[in-house]
Design a protein around this ligand. Structure first.
Ligand code: HEC
Length: 174
């Protein structure tokens, strides 16, 4: 009789144990897993950005912080004042020159899509990384360049950083 009751106590304990770890917690276990999975994919989302995606995100940030005031949200510029960057024959003819202008500014008469511009543009960024990023953003976002047509850091190799002494302007001051 004693043996039986010890066995049954053991049985009950093991049933309870199984119930709490297996059956009982199975729902909870599933919930935990779902949470874990979503958390994991949320965490993964950022590191999974490719170097190019990161570069273009930086370019977008710079464009929206700096270039947009003059060259406008659609990059079509303002006639007679700020030349377009979207569909700009001048930029597309030589995008590396665009890197140079973004770093050093520009103060020369230029004809863009048949219109003459000659207001100065102050230097906009300090590093080649930033210049390549924003020009690539412009090429992809507003000129339909595919990823393999974009500039690389190697394209910026020979660009000299020698900023023109032009004070930053705002469109209102023009
Ligand atoms: C304060 C106004 C202003 C801001 C801000 C500005 N630009 Fe310009 N941009 C100009 C003007 C004016 C010209 C014409 C310069 C000249 O005639 O020398 C120009 C010319 C250019 C050109 C060559 C012409 C063309 O249309 O292809 C490029 C490329 C360019 N800018 C890129 C940029 C980028 C990239 C930024 C942001 C990082 C920027 N600019 C910010 C005013 C501005």
């Amino acid at each position: 009789m004693k043996k039986i009751s010890v066995l049954s106590v053991l049985l009950i304990i093991s049933v309870m144990f199984l119930a709490s770890c297996g059956g009982g917690s199975s729902n909870q276990g599933a919930d935990d897993k779902t949470n874990e999975n979503t958390q994991m994919s949320e965490q993964k989302a950022e590191p999974e950005q490719t170097p190019l995606e990161k570069q273009l995100a930086l370019g977008e940030k710079i464009y929206k912080e700096k270039c947009i005031v003059c060259h406008q949200a659609d990059a079509k510029g303002i006639e007679h004042a700020f030349p377009p960057l979207a569909g700009s024959d001048y930029l597309l003819e030589d995008p590396v020159r665009g890197i140079h202008q973004t770093l050093n500014g520009s103060n020369e008469e230029m004809v863009v899509n048949g219109k003459t511009y000659n207001a100065p543009m102050a230097p906009q960024v300090k590093t080649k990384e930033e210049a390549v990023a924003v020009i690539n953003y412009v090429l992809k976002e507003f000129n339909g360049y595919t990823d393999d047509q974009l500039l690389t850091m190697k394209d910026a190799e020979d660009v000299e950083i020698d900023p023109l002494p032009i004070a930053p302007q705002t469109p209102q001051q023009q």
